[in-house]
Design a protein around this ligand. Sequence first.
Ligand code: ADP
Ligand code: MG
Length: 303
Amino acid sequence: MEKFSDALAAGLKNYRFSNADYQKLMNEALQDPDVESFLVQNQDQISQEGIDVSAAAIYEFYNQKKNGSEYTKNYDPKLIVSNHKIEVAYVPNQRKIASDNRKNYESGFALLDIAPDVRNASLNDYDGAGRQEAFAAAINFIDKYDPNGKFVPGLYLAGDFGVGKTYLLGAIANELYAQGVKSMMVHFPSFANDIKKGIRDNSVGDRVDRVKDTQILMIDDIGADSMSAWMRDEIFGVILQYRMQENLPTFFSSNFSMKELETYLADTTGGDHEPVKAARIMERVKYLSREVIVTGPNRRPKG
Ligand code: ADP
Ligand code: MG
């Protein structure tokens, strides 16, 4: 059987190309290894009548492959046979896939108000004195956690400002994400502000719902701002209560130890002293997470 590429080449000779560049490019195109192997594999399926369309497709394919365009930044051209003619299809390339993954990642792994360095945090460079225990606990969680399995408590990272608590939460979230587990991290003081805004437009319920249901929730910087009784009991407490009932692991970071957090939660912005309510919240925190003290130098860039 005659090779289709020969037929194509012969067919093309009959065309008078007004454009010498087109002719040259077409000749090159037929020598292109992708074009050649495509033709070898598919020649039986391509009809001679389709030469016009097919030649245009081969030209387009080769031109896009060679010269690219705004479009082919994200898509690779690919030759296909459709209805016995050659056509060009465009398939998302690595760059597009990476960017889609990135978008999925950012929507799945919602880092609300979290700095870029934390978005890129990795367990691979998490080291140093004072952090071994936290590191080991993080690895242990990642090993044990199974979305369909037994409940595994998250971590409560307690330690001074700048020791890398938020960074570690980000690194854990990234590692879980690589394993298909979605986390959401909320910077609690910012979240609390959003919630207050939500009172005005009646969206408090929605805002709470968005957070409480996530597979893994990371509450960053709990205790950094003073809290009203309402924020403590109706927002923080309700989220924790839900997660406890549903056995959803929850992580915390705080400058306070658990014990200090309890003291802090007892006193509200309204001036009330309510140790029993604070203790009730802490029961939930303790159910959902295990305390790990993080020490070490302040890693924040001085400035
Ligand atoms: P904390 O939440 O305990 O206050 P952060 O997690 O914000 O501390 O860390 C403080 C700074 O140190 C941040 O700029 C963070 O990116 C950086 N950092 C923390 N841990 C690491 C690490 N293992 N590798 C690189 N940078 C780190
Ligand atoms: Mg932090």
